[in-house]
Design a protein around this ligand. Structure first.
Ligand SMILES: [Zn+2]
Length: 204
């Protein structure tokens, strides 16, 4: 178990000058040993937001399964490394919201009344369940200079299980990528974006 943890691939949690590293998986496309056609298809998919959204769902599920205490992120100049991060979940601090425009407020209705500061409607109510937000410690390395000999067997087992789940997530992300490469093609579409311009109008 100690060897597995010590020999596992690692990568920077932030930048190389930050010195912090964590367990990671190399997901760079040319390192995955895929066939040429799947590989070139994946490079196409990298230009589509939908591809990242699908991968993000898998990463979010990992964080959720670990109550956000452990989360993953992509790091590296072109984001090719899946890195394990320590994190958590905490209240956003919002106490009320507007039922009309959903604007959130850090004050309760008892403190500042029920009139919404944004839309002006008397529709503010207190949250029954306060909204939460997740956070990570991006600069915090994980097990960088750990002396695993001091760990109990159950501590070691838990950590190995966590890192194995990271590996399993990386496998699922690659599988999803391959499946999407087989099922979809990237097509260029032209969209028109409404734009505001100022024009001269003759006085009457
Ligand atoms: Zn409002």
């Amino acid at each position: 178990m100690t060897a597995y943890l010590q020999n596992h691939f690692r990568y920077d949690t932030m930048n190389s000058w930050n010195w912090a590293t964590s367990y990671a998986c190399n997901l760079k496309i040319h390192k995955l040993g895929l066939s040429w056609d799947i590989e070139s298809k994946l490079y196409d998919l990298l230009q589509c937001q939908e591809f990242f959204d699908a991968q993000r769902d898998l990463m979010d599920a990992f964080a959720h399964d670990h109550q956000f205490r452990w989360q993953v992120g992509m790091n590296g100049r072109s984001g090719g490394y899946l890195v394990l991060y320590e994190g958590g979940i905490k209240p956003t601090g919002h106490l009320s919201y507007c039922r009309h425009c959903y604007q959130r407020n850090f004050k309760s209705v008892a403190e500042s009344g029920n009139v919404c500061g944004k839309c002006g409607k008397p529709e503010r109510v207190d949250f029954v369940i306060p909204p939460m937000q997740t956070f990570t410690y991006p600069g915090r390395g994980i097990d960088m200079d750990e002396d695993f000999d001091e760990w109990s067997l159950s501590e070691l087992r838990d950590r190995v299980r966590l890192v194995q789940e990271l590996d399993a997530l990386a496998d699922r992300m690659v599988e999803l990528g391959i499946q999407m490469a087989k099922d979809y093609s990237v097509m260029e579409v032209e969209i028109s974006v409404p734009q505001t311009q100022k024009v001269l109008v003759a006085n009457r």
